[in-house]
Design a protein around this ligand. Structure first.
Ligand code: ZN
Length: 134
């Protein structure tokens, strides 16, 4: 199964309030949604660039995944999300190819989409997300 497009790029930021103005004023994009995802200990802000979105990620807990990432690496690109028609099948296919998965099964992500992560140790350093309707 291959991706149809890049669904979004996840970017870790210290503060949504401080980073949104850059995307709006300098790049001329507009934030169309802000959503808190308690399960992932993040608050997200979304922008559209053509068919691809930017997902800014602000940590709500220093012990959460984005909190730890910011602590280690600082602000920057956190993950790449590929749009997949069927996330469960895409995860299974990747695992059959020997890829280590973070999520064995899809779970609910932002915007009500099904998501699943591949481990960056198996993807040449890029934290990879599959994202789709099912
Ligand atoms: Zn994402």
């Amino acid at each position: 199964m291959k991706p149809t497009h890049i669904e979004h790029i996840g970017i870790a930021v210290k503060s949504l309030d401080e980073s949104i103005p850059y995307y709006e004023k300098v790049l001329g994009l507009s934030c169309y949604a802000i959503e808190e995802i308690p399960g992932q200990k993040v608050r997200t802000a979304f922008f559209k660039v053509g068919q691809t979105k930017l997902e800014l990620l602000e940590s709500t807990d220093p012990e959460g995944p984005i909190g730890k990432f910011l602590d280690k690496k600082g602000e920057g690109i956190h993950h790449l999300a590929f749009a997949m028609e069927d996330v469960a099948t895409a995860l299974n296919d990747a695992e059959e190819q020997g890829v280590r998965l973070i999520d064995k099964k899809p779970r609910k992500g932002a915007e009500g989409l099904q998501i699943g992560f591949l481990h960056p140790k198996s993807t040449h350093g890029v934290l990879t997300e599959f994202c789709g309707e099912k």
